[in-house]
Design a protein around this ligand. Structure first.
Ligand code: SF4
Length: 432
């Protein structure tokens, strides 16, 4: 089995190992490579990263998802500057004391960069060890998880432990894959107890997947001349804190908004009229938002009640579907105008601001919102209507099983939390 040529393997730089391992959590290798290369060009060492602003770091991470990882890297780099004079420590305890560094990342840095015999247990390693040793416990549970770490620790050689760890991870990523392990090509097939017992497809013994929950959101692309309204998510926002988005609301929440009656009626008429115009142009229902028929009314109501803005010309613009962990989110976007009045900042936004459309590029935005911004900029006018579904999804499906372009984005997951199934080329701390 040959090792893939990956940019972070070209030097045993602890900072590079740290960055790459953080990026690889929950994320496909192919997705990570360009992000890693851009990141290392922009923040080539701990010092450069520690000096960066959070907004800059989030912007560099935008589209990679699980943004807590980016913030952890930043706070970790600052801690390395303060406590270790800019040198990434080699001891496991010192590594574990850094913000955002868990046993997996600490083991990877210690073994790969410093050649210390420390184990690494990620989703790929869990899968390989569970099958090799026919371990039948649920690896998301504490007991079986401890057993796996102890086993990995017992196996680690004194010589070239980093190579050993990477070989195990590589075996899980390329050969001992979740759905179709290539046992006939596997270099350890003669030792594999699961294969001998015919259990390679049933191990590791994972709990049932969480059910997919369907959610519909509406985003308001509110323009004022050449400017558009965006909000920066507050530090306590449920996700994507510090990033920017167009005012967006879940339709179930928007439905409870209580604006003036006239605005709601007007928005409802305009939204309906927009759909009618679209259909009349032969664009068919496939180009129209297909969600709640009351979406325009609810959105207008929410904008007025929550943001204090009166809007006009509400028009269906585009829609897309993306996934955030177990949620399948249909995001319906509407353009409208707010000729007057100052927006009122309301949770989850720390601030709301009209910015020139051209300035959107410089803002860190979650991937689905970035897609809206790109479409808005590309549209001939703010009231343009684009095609409905984009050709690919912006997120991998829940439970780590990618569909369409193989990336996950969005909700942040605590390092080490369970994720049921992985693509063979994605690395997780949590589950095989
Ligand atoms: S023999 Fe098959 S199940 Fe066993 S470790 Fe190799 S690929 Fe995995």
């Amino acid at each position: 089995m040959s090792q893939r040529d990956l940019p972070w393997r070209r030097a045993a730089d602890p900072y590079a190992v740290w960055v790459s391992e953080m990026m690889l959590q929950q994320t496909q290798v192919a997705t990570v490579i360009p992000y890693y290369e851009r990141w290392m060009a922009r923040f080539p060492d701990v010092r450069a990263l520690a000096r960066a602003e959070e907004a800059e770091v989030l912007h560099a991470w935008q589209g990679l998802g699980y943004y807590r990882r980016a913030r952890s890297l930043l706070s970790g780099a600052r801690a390395v500057m303060e406590r270790h004079a800019g040198v990434v420590p080699r001891g496991i305890d010192e590594l574990l004391a850094l913000p955002g560094v868990g046993p997996y990342t600490a083991g990877a840095i210690a073994s790969i960069a410093y050649g210390l015999p420390e184990p690494v247990v990620d989703g790929n390693v869990i899968r390989v060890l569970s099958r090799l040793f026919c371990l039948t416990g649920d690896p998301t549970k504490a007991g079986p998880r401890r057993e796996l770490w102890a086993l990995a620790k017992a196996l680690i050689p004194e010589e070239a432990p980093g190579d050993f760890n990477q070989a195990l991870m590589e075996l899980g990523a390329t050969t001992c894959t979740p759905q179709t392990p290539r046992c006939t090509e596997c270099p350890v097939r003669g030792h594999c107890l699961a294969r001998r017992a015919g259990r390679e497809l049933t191990l590791p013994a994972l709990p049932p997947r969480a059910k997919v929950t369907h959610v519909t959101q509406a985003a308001a692309l509110i323009t004022r001349g050449e400017q558009v309204l965006v909000g920066r998510l507050a530090a306590d926002a449920p996700r994507w804190s510090g990033m920017w988005q167009f005012p967006t609301v879940e339709l179930t929440d928007a439905a409870s908004a209580r604006p003036r009656r006239g605005a709601v009626a007007e928005a409802g008429r305009e939204g309906t009229a927009a759909r009618g115009r679209s259909a009349a142009r032969g664009r068919s229902a496939a180009r129209e938002p297909r969600g709640d028929e009351g979406a325009p009314r609810a959105l207008a109501a929410w904008v007025e009640a929550a943001l204090g803005l009166e809007i006009e010309g509400l028009t269906a613009f585009t829609s897309l579907t993306h996934h955030v962990t177990r949620y399948r989110i249909r995001l319906e976007a509407y353009t409208c105008r707010a000729p007057r009045g100052a927006p009122r900042s309301a949770p989850p936004y720390a601030e709301l601001r009209f910015v020139p459309k051209a300035a959107l590029e410089a803002l860190a935005m979650p991937k689905a919102q970035r897609a809206l911004a790109t479409r808005l900029i590309a549209a001939r006018g703010a009231e343009g209507t684009l095609d409905d579904e984009p050709s690919g999804r912006t997120r991998a499906a829940p439970n780590g099983k990618p569909s369409g372009p193989k990336r996950t984005e969005g909700a942040e997951r605590a390092p080490g939390s369970a994720q049921r199934k992985l693509s063979g080329r994605k690395r997780t701390q949590g589950a095989p």
